[in-house]
Write a protein that binds this ligand. Structure first.
Ligand code: KG4
Ligand code: ZN
Length: 331
């Protein structure tokens, strides 16, 4: 008998549901919340309410697309954290209610682990141990992954996440939220004419707040000379900032690979959708003799497919949780 697993992700501003059968993803439905663009960032209260509206239709769509009825489900995996507590509670409560009514087991998944395990959604899959640079709107870390349930964080950001560096730069440039994809697009038409500093932090740690400050001062100074500086140089500014963020990330990843001797190297998380980062890991990987792994776009940004994949590893180990499980903002 096939094993059918439903997964639910609601940690930030995307409501997502996925159905996985025997380890293969049959559907991965994501409802984005464009409403946050009005505010230039995610508003937690608004996000929770949108999740409440979206969750039922999103789960329904995922089941329909997979051609599976809810009675055929064998388990439900959900994101327990980390994330926005109000957003998490919507997904966790929904998963608990549905699992109770169907009398099937519940599987808790850590959102960050799931970003890493997204690499097992499709071929080619990395061999263990592998290194994974996970870069999203909330996190930036390099992990050594020895098994699905055995990850060691080698380095992480001491302030802003890489995605935040993109989004906050976008705000300074007057771009809508989330600015990462727009900066990526503009960069293709620009050159890295402006030089921004590299932070000095621990060997495998990251810092992006100094970069943000230097961009702010740079723009202020240039706009005093030419009030239209941003508009006239948009693509070049984007390209300069993007190149710097990518070089900061790649330097640390290279150091981690050198130190550990691991040649299986992966990137994950929303920022791994960035074209320059994707090109850079391939280029550096060729030079260094790495096997590199980049998830398909749909498994980079927040999605329930990655929760399903992570949940299935736990399903095979019968690693279930009871109805007393609660959402946790900082697992
Ligand atoms: O993983 P994700 O969807 O959500 C979190 O868990 O945070 O990541 C969202 C982040 C945002 O900061 C967004 O600007 C960034 O990923 N992002 C990108 C690109 N696509 C998404 N950053 C740079 N280039 C992109 N193409
Ligand atoms: Zn994420």
């Amino acid at each position: 008998m096939a094993v059918n697993l439903l997964a639910i992700e609601s940690s930030c501003d995307d409501t997502s549901a996925s159905v996985l059968q025997d380890g293969n993803i049959l559907s991965n439905v994501v409802a984005n919340q464009d409403v946050h663009q009005l505010y230039g960032g995610v508003v937690p209260e608004v996000a929770s309410r949108a999740h409440q509206e979206n969750i039922l239709p999103v789960v329904d769509a995922a089941l329909k697309k997979a051609g599976i009825s809810k009675k055929e489900l064998d388990a439900i995996a959900f994101t327990r954290g980390p994330g926005l507590i109000g957003s998490l509670i919507v997904g966790v409560s929904f998963a608990k209610g549905l699992a109770l009514s169907l009398n099937i087991p519940l599987i808790q998944v850590n959102h960050m682990d799931a970003h890493v395990l997204a690499h097992f959604a499709e071929d080619p899959k990395p061999d263990f141990p592998f290194l994974c640079l996970t870069v999203s709107g909330g996190h930036t870390q390099i992990a050594r992954v020895d098994a699905p349930d055995n990850m060691t964080i080698l380095g992480k950001t001491i302030d802003d996440a890489a995605g935040e560096a993109f989004d906050k730069t976008g705000k300074l440039l007057g771009l809508p939220y989330p600015a990462g994809p727009i900066i990526d697009k503009n960069s293709k038409l620009g050159s890295a004419l402006f030089n921004f500093p590299k932070p000095k932090v621990g060997e495998l740690d990251f810092s992006f707040s100094g970069l943000k400050t230097s961009i702010r001062y740079f723009l202020q100074k240039e706009r005093e000379k030419n009030i239209n500086f941003i508009e006239e140089n948009m693509n070049d500014i984007c390209r300069s900032v993007q190149d710097r963020i990518v070089s900061i990330l790649m330097d640390k990843l290279e150091t981690a690979a050198d130190q550990t001797g691991i040649k299986e190297v992966a990137i994950a998380g929303g920022v791994s959708a960035n074209n320059a980062l994707r090109a850079s890991i391939k280029e550096v990987g060729e030079k260094k003799g790495w096997n590199t792994y980049i998830p398909a776009f749909q498994y980079c940004t927040d999605n329930a497919g990655m929760i399903a994949v992570a949940g299935y590893f736990k399903y095979l180990n019968k690693d279930f949780v009871g109805q007393d499980v609660a959402a946790s903002a900082r697992i």
